[in-house]
Design a binder for this molecule. Structure first.
Ligand SMILES: [Zn+2]
Length: 154
């Protein structure tokens, strides 16, 4: 029984990869490659974009990200670019200065508003340092969406 599972797991995983499924480790690698380091706010941005994808489907998105103007909060913008393909180069992302991180996404099928929950923002503020940024990012990539984000379909 265990032997059978042992042989089947890699097949199941590569099939999921084929379907475009990414594990939190895959996402972390992608974010680090694009953003230059792995921190909690890049992870939050990735999750915001992913929530929009889930709500609005596979069509083209436009993003307004309220997370400027300075790091670490503006790192959200890079996470959003990676998960949505809304990029500065394509001109379909706008960055707006704000104290509380939020984002609004629109597509042909509608609009969705996404905000980082206060409890998680406080948790990041209280624990973030050079030494913890990586583990905080992984925690955010693994967190259930309803604990991490407020999502409202508009
Ligand atoms: Zn960063």
């Amino acid at each position: 029984m265990l032997g059978t599972l042992h042989y089947r797991m890699p097949t199941v995983l590569s099939f999921l990869h084929f379907l475009g499924f990414m594990t939190p480790d895959d996402i972390a690698r992608k974010l680090e490659e694009f953003h230059g380091h792995l921190g909690p706010f890049a992870a939050v941005g990735w999750r915001m974009g992913q929530a929009a994808r889930t709500a609005l489907g596979a069509g083209k998105l436009r993003a307004r990200v309220f997370a400027g103007p300075a790091p670490p909060i503006s790192c959200i913008v890079d996470g959003v670019q990676v998960s949505t393909s809304c990029t500065l180069g394509k001109g379909n992302i706008w960055v707006i200065n704000a104290k509380k991180p939020e984002a609004e996404f629109t597509s042909e099928s509608g609009a969705v508003w996404v905000a980082l929950r206060n409890e998680v923002a406080d948790h990041i503020a209280q624990t973030m340092s050079r030494a913890t940024e990586r583990s905080l990012a992984m925690e955010i990539l693994n967190m259930p969406e309803e604990r991490l984000l407020e999502v409202k379909r508009q």
